[in-house]
Design a protein. Structure first.
Length: 309
């Protein structure tokens, strides 16, 4: 990391990054610090499935930032708990006097084909991704409102935006995060607060669990290994800067050197009748009319078929 590269872009800003101990979160925390922000490095140190371990990745990243001349504090609070999430924000305010940026990146995986997915599998993923994003954002929101400024960045996924196999819990959480981000953007725009979602493409331990047994799976995994977590961070830093204060309510994607702006649901076709609909006329007229515009049952890999730039 080049410490002198962006020294003024986020000068005097204070950021919280959840899931910042590894992968995408780590690279974002380092880059925010590189840009001049003080960073609360939040990471529970949990396993991929969300279970507690003895690891302390938040402290390791904090030491990296400090060694490069930046300011950081490690936080091991469990953001799935509302009170603990509030404690993360209070850590930022007590240590650095304010909070300006929240990056909701923490996550876990409990993959299972839908008819075998347990209630615990579903609840555990929703608790960290969706509820955790709400908890941290809600804790920061009053402070953003009071200072009439603030940036939320929420990590969504093409698994939720497009689809994927064996991830009903993860897909639901990630699509929910896109909706949460839009709702925050609408509710808080009058206070000068912005909220955006980013779908990161990166080879991390979150995707390291993808099976690679068949030739097709092996090809997909080899492609994913080309996706570098550090490529996500520059876009997030830019999105959090004051120069991007006009950008809100959007869904972006970053895939190595490619940046995407995703569409959001809007009506494609319409059917109407002056007589009112019956089940029979719906079957006779509506479904045939709409059929050419139905979305195929694709997953993320079916849409992003080209090698990353």
């Amino acid at each position: 990391m080049n410490v002198a590269r962006f020294t003024q872009l986020l000068a005097s800003k204070v950021a919280v990054v959840t899931g910042a101990g590894r992968g995408v979160g780590r690279s974002i925390a380092l880059s925010l610090a590189d840009a001049g922000a003080a960073v609360i490095v939040n990471d529970l140190g949990a396993s991929l499935s969300g279970e507690a371990t003895q690891e302390t990745p938040a402290e390791q990243v904090t030491k990296e930032i400090e060694a490069l001349g930046g300011r950081a504090i490690a936080s091991c609070h469990d953001i799935a708990d509302f009170a603990a999430a509030n404690a993360v924000i209070e850590t930022a305010r007590s240590a650095f006097g304010r909070i300006d940026i929240v990056v909701n990146n923490a996550g876990n995986l409990r993959d299972a084909i839908f008819h075998r997915m347990s209630e615990e599998d579903f609840d555990a993923v929703i608790a960290v991704h969706l509820k955790g994003s709400f908890n941290i954002s809600r804790a920061a929101a009053p402070h953003f409102k009071q200072q009439a400024a603030g940036a939320f960045v929420h990590m969504t996924s093409t698994s939720g935006l497009i689809g994927n196999f064996g991830q009903a819990n993860y897909c639901a959480a990630k699509l929910g995060i896109a909706g949460l981000s839009k709702a925050i953007a609408l509710d808080m725009q009058k206070f000068g607060v912005r909220s955006n979602a980013v779908a990161p493409f990166a080879w991390t331990r979150m995707v390291n669990s993808i099976p690679d047994e068949t030739p097709e799976q092996k090809r997909r995994v080899e492609g994913l290994k080309k996706l570098v977590p550090e490529k996500i961070a520059p876009f997030v830093v830019a999105l959090c800067s004051d120069a991007a204060r006009h950008v809100s309510g959007q869904i972006f994607g970053v895939r190595n050197n490619e940046i995407y702006l995703f569409s959001q649901p809007r009506p494609l076709r319409t059917a109407h009748t002056s007589d009112g609909w019956t089940p029979e006329t719906v079957l006779e007229r509506v479904f045939p009319l709409f059929a050419n515009d139905f979305y195929p049952l694709q997953r993320s890999g079916d849409v992003f078929t080209w090698d990353p730039a």
